[in-house]
Design a protein around this ligand. Sequence first.
Ligand code: AMP
Ligand code: MG
Length: 344
Amino acid sequence: MMPQSDAPPAPPADPAGAILRPATTEAIEDAAAALRAGRLVVFPTETVYGLGADARSDIAVASIYAAKGRPDTNPCIVHVPDLAAAAPLAALPTAAAPLAAAFWPGPLTLVVRRRPDSPLSARVSAGGATVALRAPAHPVALALLRAAAVPVAAPSANRSGAVSPTTAAHVLADLADGPGPKPALILDGGPCRVGVESTVLDVSGPHPRLLRPGGVTREAIEATLGIAVAAREDAREDAPLASPGLLSSHYAPALPVRLHATAAHPGEALLGFGGTPGATLDLSPAGDLAEAARNLFAMLRTLDSPAYAGIAVAPIPHYGLGQALNDRLRRAAAPRSGRAAPSS
Ligand code: AMP
Ligand code: MG
C-alpha cells in the first residue's frame, strides 16, 4: 500500500491576504527585511499587537495611517530596542535614564522632544516637536527591532477607534477587510502578556505628566522618580486634549458599553470582575487586576456579538493597573459621535 503523502498540510486560508506566520527566527528575519523595504509588519508586544513600519520613512508611516484609518493628527509610538537606540532620535531629558533603567524594556512610553537632526519622519509626531518612544518587553519585538536596525513606528494593529488586538487572530479579524494597505507579514507570538497598552508619560517639559495610564502603574513611576506625577484630567467630554490622539471614544466595541453595573439589564451581557454573580464572562474571578488586563480586550471582543444588546461592565478597583482598565473602559463607553463607527 502506498504511504500517505509526506507533503505538509496546506496552511490555513488567510482572509487578510497577509502572511500569518509563527514568530520563528526565519520569519522575524523576513519581517525585518520587509520593514527595511518600507512594508508594514504586524508583531506581538507584551501590551498589544503593533502595526509597524520604518519610522524614518514618510511613505511607510503614511501607510500605517491608511491601513488603520487613523487620523493623521494622532501621533504614534516609535519602538526602539533600548535607550542607546533612542539617543539619536530625541533630546533625552535627565528623567529618561532612571525611567528607562527601571521600566525598559517594558510598557512605559516616554514623550520627549525630537532632536533637530532626528531622522524620524515628522508624521510619527503628527508634525509636532515631540516624539513618543518605547522599548517593548517581548522577545519577538526586541529580536525584530534588532534585526531591522531601524526605529519602528507602531500603533496597535486594529482599525482606528476599535478594540486593540491581543492575539494574531484579532489582527486578522480587524485588518482583513480594511480599505488600506495590507501588512507584508503578521508574526504570531501568542496572546499578549500585559494586555493593555503602555503608560504614556510626557517628560518633555519641566514636570512629568501622565498622558495615558497603562501597563506601568503611576505608583511605580512615582517611586522611581521620587516625586508625584500629575495625571491629565480628561474625564470631561469638553476637556481640551493634551495629546491629539487621546480621543474620548476609543477601544470601542460595536455594542454600547455600560459601566459600574452590578447586574445585566435585559439583553445585555455582563462582564464581571472578582466573581460578579451572574457574569457572562469574568475578567478575573479571583479579582487579580493583571489577569483582568490580560483578558479585557479579548473578552470585550467575545461579548461584542449580535446575541446581546449591550455590554454591562462591573466596577473595577481604581488603583494600580485598575487605572488603565478604567481608562480603556471609560473610552469604550464614551459617546461615539465624531468618529467613524468601529469595524470590529
Ligand atoms: P497607540 O500607539 O495607538 O497605542 O497610541 C499611542 C498614544 O500615544 C496615542 O494616543 C497618542 O496620542 C500618544 N502619543 C504618541 N505620540 C505622542 C506625542 N508626541 N505626544 C503626546 N502623545 C503622544
Ligand atoms: Mg491603539
